[in-house]
Design a protein around this ligand. Structure first.
Ligand code: HEM
Length: 121
């Protein structure tokens, strides 16, 4: 039996890093201002570089360079939802958010943590 949200092709990941990444650095890693493209969820920064879905014009660019926890929990691609604070989510939405954490953690390297992130739990 395989677990939930397994990638179709196995992904070999590096050990997760916990270097602090400032909001400014995160914002730059949006696939436009830098070659790097990061998406943070619940304060952990995932390196999504190489996935076109996060580049300008693509479906999930709204999440690039941000902690997009709230939007992921709400299954929303609205700009105003692409913020870190997930405390407003319902229990069902929090479960969806945790499923996204599982999805990302099986595909993308954690390259750091958002400096000064609150709402870590
Ligand atoms: C018409 C609506 C939508 C369709 C048809 C759709 C379709 C898809 C498909 C086919 C994938 C690829 C799945 C995979 O690689 O296993 C995907 C990935 C994804 N979707 Fe959607 N989606 C929709 C709406 C949304 C919305 C509203 C959100 C907001 C949270 C969302 C967030 C994501 C994310 C974060 C990924 C993962 C991309 C990655 O890193 O590989 N999707 N979607």
């Amino acid at each position: 039996m395989t677990g939930k949200f397994e990638p179709k092709t196995p992904v070999v990941l590096n050990p997760p890093k916990d270097d602090p990444i400032t909001l400014e650095e995160l914002a730059k890693a949006n696939g436009v201002d830098s070659d790097k493209c990061y998406v943070a969820i619940k304060g952990k920064v995932y390196d999504v570089t190489g996935n076109k879905a996060y580049l300008p014009g693509a479906s999930y660019h709204v999440f690039a360079g941000k902690d997009a926890s709230r939007a992921l929990g709400k299954t929303s691609t609205k700009e105003e939802d692409a913020v870190a604070d997930w405390s407003v989510l319902t229990d069902a939405e929090k479960k969806v958010l945790d499923d996204w954490v599982t999805f990302f953690s099986k595909r993308y390297n954690v390259v750091g943590v958002v400096a000064g992130a609150t709402n870590m739990e």
